[in-house]
Design a protein around this ligand. Structure first.
Ligand code: CA
Length: 149
């Protein structure tokens, strides 16, 4: 997908996010993605649901993908999970992560907020969807790269 003309993250910042995702996914079958959307046409959560599908995030074996969406145009964001993880965590979990990111985003600390949320989601995924770190049967089902749309 095309990157925005004015980059939101520096290459270093983007690398920090990708590395946080990689580390968070060690020891779990769960998958985390971060997406930046500059053409959102609906509220962040509805947009997130559409992007979740567009990115094929429902294709994980355990239905345990998690998407963090930043709606750049409307300065909004959302965090949402697939049905597998939603069976095991309540909406309060997503609200807690959302509030955490909000605190950082208000101070324009976007990378810090995302990295922290990725770490906490990773902890949750390891608890509910553990996998041995050396498990060859634990493929990286969804890319760790930040995606753009
Ligand atoms: Ca991944």
């Amino acid at each position: 997908m095309p990157r925005p003309i004015v980059p939101f993250f520096s290459p270093e910042e983007e690398a920090r996010i990708v590395e946080a995702i990689r580390l968070a996914e060690l020891g779990t079958t769960g998958e985390i993605r971060v997406h930046l959307e500059s053409e959102a046409k609906q509220d962040a959560l509805q947009e997130g649901i559409a992007i979740f599908r567009r990115l094929g995030m429902e294709a994980t074996r355990h239905r345990n993908g998690v998407l963090i969406l930043l709606d750049i145009t409307h300065k909004s964001f959302a965090i949402l999970g697939d049905v597998g993880i939603n069976k095991l965590v309540g909406t309060d979990f997503w609200e807690t992560e959302r509030d955490l990111m909000q605190q950082y985003f208000r101070q324009h600390q976007f990378v810090e907020g995302i990295v922290l949320a990725v770490q906490q989601v990773g902890g949750k995924l390891r608890r509910h969807f553990p996998a041995h770190p050396d498990d060859r049967d634990n493929p990286d089902e969804l890319s760790n790269e930040v995606s753009y749309g």
